[in-house]
Design a protein around this ligand. Structure first.
Ligand SMILES: [Fe+2]
Length: 447
């Protein structure tokens, strides 16, 4: 029997049939799920959902306090448990299944499914594409709950599992980027599957070339480059593969300046899914250890990517930085408070962005610099835009940024005011009817 209950009656052991509100207010990918942990309850509570519908044939009922959930009770998260969680807390409760363990389980399951899928393709056996959908949907769920831990753990790969984990990582990053753009849920999953399959053509590239510690010869690089065309051809042969997956597989090595491969397409000709694939693919490759390079930190990787003129769609790249909450060191950003700030060194790879504010665009005044850790409960500021220092009237914007990044106690506001003369007033640009910089229209066709 289905019944609607207020959110504060949600308990471990209940089966959630549906939730109210939009998909983006739902903290889980699937609205139908059995509640197994207090963290799931917390996620529902924090999402702002006020009520949901439970199925009492598949889980316990509201009044069914004597019923025994089919999972072990767990300790509620700190600080204060809600009443609905507290009833399951006890001094003997086992250790909470932590973020890292949950991410490790998601990664291990996904890796095994991707390996099975790739083995099927390589052996010519019947290919079960539902495996790719299963992985993408599970990753969607995991991303909504805790993407930071998942993305950082996916950076750790040994050479034997690189191909599979790189596929899972690109799938994860595509989903994160798609959600940042608030794309519809079926597009998000389709882009996740596309990320999973983007390098499937590499199953035909010899491992000694893929794992070669030295620079590739011209002929070896030519073999590697074939993976885009061969992968797309392979996907076209499989019934049920979406156009989106074929597109990402074929064009994820194209560059906005037309210097990519296989077709050397110029920016306007490159579709949005392919642009997304290019960014996610390179970010994961840079932040992973390979036989020929060490792993770069996330902040170093985004800094380099921002400096590679002509490679990526700059607006989409900034959206990617917002999605993964990593921004290039010493770049200048605008906050939703109207303040300009310089991005400071991240404390750790898992730390939220640290910025130093110095100018209030709303009041047109230089402020005493102040450090803000973005994302803390006490601080709801968000980075909303890149700021281009070339639009300032400062004589030397680079020196000004360097001065702002000094220890706060040594910064003199009067000196800062002298270095700053405000932004250049630029007349607004009137967009032409045909905007040549917009990506090639991509039709989201189902498989
Ligand atoms: Fe590739």
């Amino acid at each position: 029997m289905k019944r609607e209950i207020p959110i504060d009656q949600l308990q471990i052991g209940m089966f959630v049939d549906s939730v109210g509100g939009s998909w983006f207010s739902n903290p889980f990918w699937r609205s139908r799920l059995k509640i197994k942990t207090s963290e799931q309850i917390t996620a529902f509570v924090e999402s702002g959902i006020e009520s949901l519908v439970i199925d009492t044939d598949l889980g316990i009922d509201v009044a069914d306090d004597s019923a025994t959930p089919d999972v072990q009770p767990v300790a509620p998260p700190t600080p204060a448990p809600r009443a609905s969680q507290a009833r399951f807390a006890s001094p003997k409760a086992p250790r909470t299944f932590g973020k890292r363990e949950r991410a490790a389980e998601t990664i291990d399951t996904s890796k095994r499914l991707v390996k099975t899928l790739f083995d099927q393709v390589q052996s010519g056996a019947a290919v079960d594409l539902s495996l790719a959908d299963t992985v993408a949907e599970d990753i969607c769920n995991a991303v909504v709950q805790d993407s930071v831990t998942l993305i950082n753990m996916l950076r750790l790969k040994n050479k034997d599992e690189y191909t599979y984990l790189h596929s899972v990582a690109v799938c994860t990053l595509m989903i994160k980027l798609a959600r940042q753009q608030r794309l519809a849920q079926d597009h998000v999953v389709r882009l996740g599957v596309a990320g999973l399959l983007h390098d499937i053509g590499k199953i035909g590239v010899p491992l000694d070339i893929l794992n070669k510690p030295d620079e590739l010869t011209e002929s070896e690089f030519a073999i590697v480059k074939e993976h885009a065309v061969k992968g797309a051809a392979l996907l076209r042969e499989l019934p049920g593969v979406s156009d989106c997956a074929i597109e990402v597989c074929l064009h994820h090595h194209e560059r906005m300046d037309g210097k990519g491969y296989p077709e050397g397409l110029l920016g306007p000709k490159i579709s949005l899914p392919a642009r997304m694939g290019a960014i996610c693919d390179v970010y994961d490759a840079l932040t992973s250890e390979r036989s020929y390079k060490e792993a770069w930190s996330p902040q170093r990787a985004v800094g380099e990517m921002q400096n590679w003129d002509g490679c990526f769609d700059p607006d989409l790249l900034f959206t990617f930085f917002q999605a993964i909450r990593v921004f290039p060191l010493a770049s200048v950003v605008k906050l939703d408070t109207g303040q300009l700030a310089v991005v400071m060194p991240a404390k750790t790879d898992n730390s939220p962005p640290l910025v130093r504010t110095f100018y209030d665009t709303l009041r047109d005044t230089i402020e005493q610099p102040e450090d803000l850790v973005l994302g803390l409960r006490a601080n709801h500021a968000h980075i909303v835009a890149n700021e281009d220092p070339r639009t300032w009237r400062a004589e030397d914007p680079a020196s000004l940024i360097e001065y702002v990044m000094q220890p706060v106690g040594t910064i003199n506001r009067t000196v800062l005011q002298h270095m700053w003369n405000g932004p250049v007033v630029v007349p607004p640009i009137i967009a032409s009817e045909e905007d040549e910089t917009s990506p090639q229209a991509f039709t989201w066709k189902a498989a």
